[in-house]
Design a protein around this ligand. Sequence first.
Ligand code: GTP
Ligand code: MG
Length: 193
Amino acid sequence: MIIKKVNLDIVIGVTSAIPQTELPEVAFAGKSNVGKSSLINALMNRKSYARTSSQPGKTQTINYYNINDAMFLVDLPGYGYANANQQVKAKWGKMVEKYLKVSKQLHQVFLLIDIRHDPSANDKMMYDWIVANGYHPVIIATKLDKLKRSQIPKHVKAVRTGLGLEKDDILIPVSSQTKQGIPELWETIEQYL
Ligand SMILES: Nc1nc2c(ncn2[C@@H]2O[C@H](COP(=O)(O)OP(=O)(O)OP(=O)(O)O)[C@@H](O)[C@H]2O)c(=O)[nH]1
Ligand SMILES: [Mg+2]
C-alpha cells in the first residue's frame, strides 16, 4: 500500500455507539503494551501519529485511521493491564465485543502477541472470542527486533502452539522499530479488502 493520506477520522469511547463506516476495516487487537499503536504507525509510515506509550493502557478508545480514503486501520484498546480496575476491564470488554459483533465493514481481525512470551490466558480468550464472532484471525508476533535471529523459530513455534494454531493459520513476525515484516503485513491486509 502506498500511503498518500492518513487521518484519525473516528474516536469511539465507552459510551459511544459503534459507527457503520463506508470503507473496509481491519482491526488490531491484543494485550496492552503489545505494540498495536506502534504497528499502526509503522503501517502508516508515520513516527507517532497514533499515540504510543511504555505505560500499558495508552489507547482506551477505538481509533479509526483512514488510509487513502480507501480503508480503516482500527486500533482497539488493549486488554489485561494490571492497573485497570474491574469496572474499566468490564467496559473495555463490552466495547470490543460490541465492535466485533456490529461492525459490518470489518474484514479481518489481527491479533498481536509479543514474540518473546508464550500467549497468556487472556490472549487465548481473545483468540476464541474473535473466532466466536466469525473471524479467522491472523496472528502478528510483535517486537521481533528484541530477539536474536537464532531464537526466532523457537518463539514462533511457542506462539503457534500456545494459541493452538493449525498449519495453515497465518502468523507474521514484525518489528515496528526495524520495519521487518511490515511489507508482508500490508500484502496480507490488502488480501482482505
Ligand atoms: N523494541 C520494540 N519496541 C516496540 C515495538 N513495538 C512497540 N514497542 C514499544 O512497546 C511499548 C508499547 O507500544 P504501544 O504501541 O503503545 O502498545 P499498544 O499495544 O498500543 O498499548 P495500549 O495502547 O496500552 O493497548 C512502547 O514503549 C513501544 O515503543 C517493536 O516492534 N520493537
Ligand atoms: Mg495503543
